[in-house]
Design a protein around this ligand. Structure first.
Ligand code: ZN
Length: 455
């Protein structure tokens, strides 16, 4: 809206028979045209000065023949805006789609008048978001938009319809094409196939409160596990799934190139295991606990009262753990070097153990705080204990599913990272990174639930 163009004036069509109603100045040069603003105003025809008349139309009374004989435009005064009229009473959108917003002001005679300013807002921003693009659909549901300007207001109802669509990716983020996707919701059952970009979409409209089950079955040659995702319909337009590989080839370190078979359920046995899962109440799918990429390498601050020889031994072990994992994970941090809060390594109560590691995490399974507590400074020289605590620090729990440095204890503990420990650590950190980057809620939990769709 550009109110500097003719405030409080309405430009009527050319050759209107009301020359005597000219009341304000409108200067147009020959050939220059002027469009009513906004474009959906009651006046559709633009005003155009005739080429033969170079003079401005002035403030002239009726009867001045030079103007009245051949009017270029009729200009009438308008009253103040009395009502706002939106472009539509209601809008139906798919999630992620957008529609422009516009509103007109009418005076008491029903004529369009310029509006000094207009502001749109959504009463349900999670369903319908207002921005430079207009209104954009979010979650399935209903929302009301309010437009306000010049002391007036109007409303538009927005319906964002439920849709089933998503993407299937591998753990490196590459699309998985040709995967079979079975969608079941209510009585509806459809088999879809992912396209070259890994995408699938159900054309059918579904009820907004329905439960949706999606089974993803990759081609047998893909060496990927199947996955099953269950959501309510208002989350079903973001069914992005990362499929786990059936085997992992270790990348770097002493096990470089070793092929490790991966059974998803082994990482999360009942009662807890290597992978710890965080169920976020606001997101479908359960996330594996770990450090977000933005916090890697993890800053470690060793307490000042630890012996410097013990601290040096600790760092030598930490570097050896990094080498075998093929990942850059730990960096020394000073007490107040200005970075994010560091993980403290200190002597303190351990409940009888050589060492304990505490970690806390937030939504999405992102670790946000941790500490390593030792029974004595000398524990830093015990490579197996330090490696065990560093895997806890990475977010992993005790594990009996394979020989592991984080086995709950006892003489069968191998005392160092095994190929399985390395394969699962590499896989789960890659999985977390890909899930975050690709906004994919489904990963390990969906693989454990995965039953496939082969009849
Ligand atoms: Zn432990």
């Amino acid at each position: 809206m550009r109110p500097s163009l003719l405030p409080l004036l309405l430009i009527a069509a050319c050759d209107a028979p009301h020359a005597s109603r000219l009341s304000r100045a409108l200067a147009l040069r020959a050939g220059q045209s002027f469009h009513a603003v906004p474009p959906e105003s009651a006046v559709r025809a633009p005003v155009r000065a005739r080429p033969t008349r170079d003079a401005a139309i002035g403030e002239r009374a009726a009867g001045e023949s030079s103007v009245a004989a051949a009017p270029v435009a009729t200009v009438v005064p308008l009253g103040p805006p009395q009502v706002l009229v939106a472009f539509a009473d209601s809008v139906v959108l798919a999630p992620g789609d957008s529609s422009p917003l516009s509103v007109s002001a009418l005076d008491g005679s029903g004529r369009v008048v310029p509006l000094a300013s207009v502001r749109w807002r959504s009463l349900s921003p999670r369903v319908a978001e207002v921005g430079p693009w207009g209104v954009r659909g979010g979650r399935a549901g209903q929302a009301t938009l309010v437009a306000e300007g010049d002391g007036l207001a109007t409303r538009v109802d927005v319906i964002v319809r439920a849709m089933v669509r998503g993407r299937v990716l591998d753990v490196d983020g590459a699309p998985v094409a040709g995967a079979r996707v079975r969608v079941e919701t209510g009585a509806l059952r459809r088999d879809l196939v992912t396209d070259a970009s890994g995408r699938f979409a159900l054309d059918d409209a579904i009820a907004a409160d329905a439960g949706v089950r999606v089974d993803v079955e990759p081609a047998a040659t893909a060496a990927l596990h199947a996955a099953t995702a269950r959501v309510f319909a208002d989350d079903a337009d973001r069914l992005n799934v990362v499929l786990l590989p059936t085997d992992w080839r270790v990348r770097g370190g002493r096990y470089d190139g070793t092929m490790v078979p991966l059974q998803p359920s082994a990482a999360v046995p009942r009662g807890g295991g290597f992978a710890r899962m965080h169920d976020s109440p606001s997101e479908p799918g359960a996330r594996v606990v770990g450090w977000p990429t933005s916090r890697l390498p993890i800053r470690l601050a060793t307490a000042a009262d630890l012996s410097s020889l013990d601290t040096a031994a600790f760092w030598a072990t930490a570097r050896a753990v990094e080498r075998d994992l093929g990942m850059r994970l730990f960096v020394p941090a000073g007490a107040d070097d200005g970075g994010p809060r560091a993980v403290e390594v200190r002597v303190g109560p351990t409940g009888g153990a050589d060492a304990v590691t505490h970690a806390s995490w937030a939504a999405g399974g992102d670790v946000d705080d941790a500490e390593i507590v030792l029974s004595a400074s000398s524990v830093l020289r015990e490579r197996g204990v330090v490696a065990h605590e560093l895997l806890h620090l990475l977010g992993f729990g005790h594990n009996s599913a394979w020989p592991s440095v984080v086995s709950p204890g006892g003489s069968r503990a191998p005392g160092w990272l095994t190929a399985e420990d390395v394969a699962w650590t590499q896989l789960l950190y890659r999985l977390r990174e890909t899930q975050a980057r690709e906004r994919a809620p489904f990963g390990l939990g969906a693989a454990i639930a995965g039953t496939g769709t082969r009849d």
